[in-house]
Design a binder for this molecule. Structure first.
Ligand code: CA
Length: 282
């Protein structure tokens, strides 16, 4: 039995005790939220690989962890492809963190950063078939992106992708989706705290945050108008940052059960990742 197999068994054993506690805590924090219809949950080591981003091409969920990309069949929930070193070829930039991801035209756009150094905010693209680096990236302007690149959102309709800072976010930066040239800055009407990822639907950006209620916001990329769409939890963090889990990225796909928005979060004890499936607000 190899090391990973042993480790997996140990973690599974520990999780068998911790999961009831985690589920209980998660329920406590869920409170009076906008109800999700169902939840695709993983526990233990798989949590690491679903701790940052999510996107879809319609057939697969793509997840990012801090150091991985994973492609999961939506029908079977089987992992079909995994890239355990998305930083290969980027050594000179010291990047060690994958953030939110977004699918466009056969490619996964990923935000990369050199955590806590903040010299190298990158957007790199990966082949959606193989999850290998697809040979195109941009080193974003550190005057704009001051703390890495926490997420990226593709807007195929307008031909742009968007990025923004994770703190004091009052604007986002718009780049050509094919040439990666800077196009413009979109100023928000109000600040949006702690955006973790976003995806487009019908010309509107749906941005998932790690704010006090892990809310999802609608942002109009033409006007910068911001509207809260729904809360994911009702707990207000007071003393401990991220106590009660962490809100992560979002993606959009119309499912047969009527759900449309699929938002990722980490559970209260950080031993489970939840992809919760939401219907649009009627
Ligand atoms: Ca996303």
């Amino acid at each position: 039995m190899d090391f990973m197999a042993v480790l997996t068994k140990i973690v599974a054993f520990l999780c068998s005790f911790l999961i009831p506690l985690s589920n209980g805590l998660n329920c406590l924090f869920n409170g009076d939220i906008y109800p999700f219809q169902s939840n695709t949950k993983v526990i233990g080591l798989e949590t690491f690989d679903r701790s940052q981003g999510v996107t879809t091409d319609g057939e697969y969920w793509f997840f990012s962890g801090k150091g991985s990309l994973t492609k999961v069949n939506i029908e079977t929930n089987e992992i079909e492809v995994k890239n355990d070193n998305p930083f290969l070829g980027f050594e000179e930039y010291g990047v060690d963190h994958v953030g939110g991801i977004s699918y466009y035209n056969g490619l996964i756009y990923a935000g990369l950063e050199d955590s806590k150094v903040w010299n190298s905010p990158l957007v790199a693209v990966y082949d959606a078939d193989t999850l290998e680096y697809a040979g195109k990236f941009i080193h974003l302007d550190t005057e704009k992106m001051k703390r890495g690149c926490p997420w990226v959102c593709c807007d195929g309709e307008r031909g742009y992708f968007y990025v923004a800072n994770s703190r004091d976010t009052v604007e986002m930066y718009c780049y050509d989706i094919d040439t990666f040239e800077y196009v413009k800055t979109v100023s928000f009407e109000t600040e949006v705290a702690a955006i973790q990822g976003a995806e487009m639907y019908n010309g509107i950006m749906y941005a998932a945050t790690n704010d006090a209620t892990r809310a999802v916001y609608q942002i109009n990329p033409d006007t910068g108008s911001v509207t809260k769409y729904f809360d994911r939890i009702m707990y207000q963090p007071l003393l401990i940052d991220n106590f009660g889990g962490e809100g992560e990225d979002i993606t959009v796909l119309q499912m047969e059960d009527g759900t449309l928005f699929h938002a990722l979060d980490l559970g209260a004890l950080f031993i489970d990742a939840n992809l919760r499936h939401y219907k649009p607000i009627a």
